[in-house]
Ligand binder design. Structure first.
Ligand SMILES: [Zn+2]
Length: 251
């Protein structure tokens, strides 16, 4: 049944592409993605809400037993809703390119529709023996300013006045894990700035190329768009969101 529904969705995707695509500018990626900003993104929402909820129901959270400490009309805490997604949020540690802990605690917030797609992808991958690990999700406006003050160089950090899809809650940095939570080999670490992180760079092992292909094809099938220069970054392009300053609570 699920395969049938998935097939239907792909057929719908092809149909939608032919009939209802519209170009949308890929706004303000972090500037390591400068080239990506110049590309015109073909946008189509390949999934109807009905198809998604039939295909893969998101686990139900009882608001009485689990009170939320954020505005659920604007945000979803992905790790709270789906704890089997591995969280390795690098900006909540010193293991990042500014070598500074930027988030007070590690929580992966996304816009509700984007989060729903990510959880769908995770369930889809689990049927194949894989899963998702998140490196970064929504990045609050104030954190973008703090990053910019540390590294005021648009090659590495997006100007906060313009912001990036991360500042809008519509982008993710992520990788694949196996059934035991071990990262698959993608050829470079997260936030490796250089050609070996580009999708077009082919001088990797077959295993690396195959892992990247699985991630890219899966993300694209669920409405996300890659950028040329970072194998880990995907933006949900079917809907645009405003920049936001929400900073999540930490216990
Ligand atoms: Zn990113």
């Amino acid at each position: 049944m699920r395969y049938y529904l998935l097939l239907s969705v792909f057929v719908l995707s092809i149909w939608t592409c032919a009939n209802d695509s519209k170009p949308v500018e890929n706004k303000g990626e972090s500037s390591k993605d400068v080239v990506a900003q110049e590309e015109v993104v073909e946008v189509q929402d390949t999934f109807t809400p009905d198809a998604v909820s039939d295909y893969n129901a998101t686990p139900v959270v009882d608001p009485i037993t689990l009170p939320f400490d954020y505005d659920t009309t604007q945000w979803t805490d992905v790790g709270l809703i789906e704890p089997t997604i591995v969280m390795d949020l690098k900006y909540a540690t010193e293991d990042n390119f500014v070598e500074t802990k930027m988030y007070d605690c590690a929580r992966c917030f996304l816009r509700p529709l984007v989060a729903e797609r990510i959880i769908d992808i995770h369930y889809h991958l689990r049927e194949k023996g894989y899963g998702l690990k998140m490196f970064d999700c929504y990045r609050p406006g104030p954190i973008q300013w703090a990053l910019w003050e540390k590294v005021p160089d648009p090659r590495y950090v997006a100007d906060p006045r313009k912001g990036s899809m991360h500042n809008r809650g519509g982008a993710v940095d992520l990788t694949l894990v196996d059934s035991e939570g071990n990262e698959l080999d993608m050829g470079t670490p997260f936030d490796f700035f250089g050609r070996r992180a580009y999708h077009e760079y082919q001088d990797h092992t077959k295993e690396v190329l195959s892992n990247r292909k699985l991630l890219k094809e899966t993300m694209e099938a669920f409405g996300f768009k890659a950028i040329r220069t970072e194998w880990w970054h995907y933006s949900y392009v079917a809907k645009s969101y405003a920049l936001d300053d929400m900073v999540w609570e930490c216990e």
